[in-house]
Design a protein around this ligand. Structure first.
Ligand code: CP3
Length: 343
């Protein structure tokens, strides 16, 4: 294959090793970029941008143009799925997402599904797919059922997901019906993204860390396994990255139980430990602390070196352990890339 059409990041997801790991950063399209802030100031709110396929296409490509990352990630949000399931969605300035009615107050079957809300996102996928450089891997994504359910039940972000955890114990049948219905919408949505042109998908389970081992098995491993199973029937060759943030010692069980093709690691994981504990040859992604990227200097250089050395002998995609923060200096991202790519 000629070098210019080789998608290096996709190749690592397929289990191949690269001398210099491919790199992208979670939340790479967003507020740390002046060109994003400018477009957002012109066009209004975040959701308006996410549902405007021309704006979302431009924002998806901005970090590729500036830094030449090995992957572009669709500019959207995990909460468009509950929106498509019939909850209202908006973002309170300076606070974060709101969903209404809260699931605790209304029966799931009281919602009217609005799948057409996802069609502008699929238009974005088609436009980005036509515009990206051929060597850039295009990633789609969705939230995992447990994480999406926490927002649906609380109606917003929450510190310890206690209402959702409470419902999962007190009303397991009702909670199971909610998870099942998120699974169905998510599989349709991810399959739509794949048909529209993404090369691989990531499942974000941002609140996987708040569950006990037995509940983790039930609400993290089982639903993600079901999504993987259904997607593999439809798209056997499309890699799936699982990112169970906060899973810690349950990572190997997650990888084996779900069947994901690659595992995202958060910054609390010691990369040398992960390399010893995780199945041989399983591709991993991560896991620089977003805060050391802000502080920079020698600590940053050492942290990057530690990750690179730990994963030298397995398929590895360099990334942060969580999303890049809005006050991250652009020059630190440039330093990071030159350190990784100097080989
Ligand atoms: O990674 C990317 O660049 C692609 C786009 C993307 C966004 N959100 C855009 C966004 C992705 C992959 C997400 C995932 C997401 N969204 C998660 C899972 C990953 C994680 O961070 O744990 C979660 C939990 C959400 C829900 C969400 N969206 C919250 C809690 C917030 C408010 C907090 C915040 O960071 O502002 C958002 C808003 C959001 N999603 C922004 C962006 C660029 C900020 C929008 C803005 O104010 O301009």
């Amino acid at each position: 294959m000629p070098a210019t059409t080789h998608k290096k990041l996709l190749s690592v997801l397929q289990g191949n090793q690269e001398l210099v790991p491919p790199v992208w950063l979670m939340r790479q399209a967003g507020r740390y970029l002046p060109e994003y802030r400018e477009l957002r100031a012109q066009k209004g709110g975040f959701l308006e941008l996410a549902y405007d396929s021309d704006a979302a296409t431009e924002i998806t490509i901005q970090p590729i143009r500036r830094f030449g990352f090995d992957a572009a990630i669709l500019f959207s949000d995990i909460l468009v799925v509950p929106h498509a399931m019939g909850q209202e969605l908006w973002f309170e300035a300076g606070e974060g997402p709101r969903l209404a009615p809260r699931l605790a107050q209304s029966e799931l079957n009281g919602l009217t599904a609005s799948p057409e809300r996802l069609s502008p996102v699929l238009d974005t996928v088609r436009k980005v797919s036509a515009a990206l450089p051929k060597e850039t891997t295009f990633l789609g994504f969705a939230g995992s059922p447990w994480t999406v359910a926490t927002y649906m039940v609380h109606g917003q972000g929450s510190k310890d997901q206690s209402e959702a955890r409470r419902m999962a114990y007190a009303e397991p049948d009702r909670f199971h019906a909610l998870i099942e219905s998120i699974i169905t919408t998510t599989v349709d949505y991810l399959s739509g993204q794949i048909n529209a042109g993404v090369d691989a998908v990531q499942l974000f389970d941002s609140w996987a860390g708040s569950l006990s081992p037995a509940q983790f098995e039930k609400w993290v491993i089982a639903p993600n396994a079901e999504i993987v199973r259904r997607l593999k029937v439809l798209h056997p060759d499309v890699p799936i990255i699982g990112f169970p943030k906060g899973a810690g010692g349950k990572l190997a069980a997650y990888a084996e139980g779900t069947g994901v093709d690659a595992l995202g690691l958060d910054e609390t994981i010691d990369p040398h430990w992960a390399n010893r504990e995780l199945p041989n040859g399983l591709p991993v992604q991560g896991n620089l602390d977003p805060l050391v990227l802000i502080s920079g200097g020698n600590d940053l250089i050492k942290a990057v070196e530690n990750i690179l050395s730990a994963f030298r002998n397995r398929p590895h995609i360099f990334n942060l352990g969580h999303g890049i923060l809005p006050d991250t200096p652009i020059e630190h991202v440039e330093h990071l890339l030159s350190q990784i790519r100097k080989g």
